[in-house]
Design a protein around this ligand. Sequence first.
Ligand code: MN
Length: 409
Amino acid sequence: MNRIASAVAADPNRVIVFDTTLRDGEQAPGFSMSPDDKVRMARLLAVLKVDVVEAGFAAASPGDEEAVRRVVGEVEGPVFCSLARATEADIDAAYRALRGTEERRCHIFLGSSPIHRSAKLKMSKAEVLAAAERSVAYARTRFDDVEFSPEDAIRTEPEFLAEICEVAAAAGATTLNIPDTVGYSTPGEIGDIFRNLISTVRVRFPDVVFSAHCHDDLGMAVANSLSAVEAGARQVEGAINGIGERAGNASLEEIVMAIRTRSDRYGLHTGVDATHLVRASRLLSEITHTPVVRNKAIVGLNAFAHEAGIHQHGMMADPSTYEIMRPQDVGFEGTWFVLGKHSGRHAVAKRAETLGQPISGLHLATAFAGFKTRADEVGEISDQELLAIIEASRPAATPRQEYAYATAG
Ligand code: MN
């Protein structure tokens, strides 16, 4: 049994995390990465302890084959994987790129839906089944670990989907990945599809791991992935920052933190060290020159930021009033209190104290009024600006203090 199948067999509540940032993510417009970039990203994915890294599609170009080879040569830890069409030439290219490691996976995909069979492949059902069987069996001569994906599985006839999964498993596929290639499914539907497949396909755990690969065209990729997991899938595929074809893949950081934060509900866990999620998000953003939106779940700048006075006051009393995760758990230094027009007196006083300028009483009241006026004009108030406001609103010295200054020597 290969490493992934063994891990699932040893712990039925373990969800395998398969990262496709360097393949599905990289193949989307604007996200191309050089071999150097892929190596940098793969190093961090190894630190993050994802189980499988799909490093590329070796047959796509000589450059991609070289990138996969370099990742395998320079990074250790995860199982490394290359995508391949259901042909000997593609499987050979994957093998050439991955032969440097024993922990290698070949990921074969083959269109299975009516539209993919007729418009793209021009193959009958029988021809598709034969190609699935032949390619998986061939891959098994070079790999212990073979993943088979019936492309566009969600729009495939349920009986045919079960049939092709059964054929691939019988030929030696160790992971059956059910991709929602076009981001069409719903949580309810995909749950039914997985329950149906897992009960129909005669191969059983620990022989085969079922996997979900969801796209976000309707904004449901993460919800669909979690629904598949609840229905028995034990591998999820995702990408950092949710990058991938069109609207992207399921966001890996969201899946990992949902499984962890709601372990009361799912009763599952992953092997990912979430404290490196923010670093991974930032590195990918830097490599691809694509900023992450502020309100992105888990890794966005606002994910643990608070401006509203009522929220800031609650957070100061007890962080669990408005946060369900600790910012440190995903790699942020801490909660970020943004000072703006929605902030309250408590937050302003607290920041002033942090900046070494504790204020109270009349000084606080005057500074707070000045702060609100300025915040209405500019939005966010920086620490520097707050210090200026504190200085400008310092009350005139009282006669008693003047006397003290005069006699101080
Ligand atoms: Mn995809």
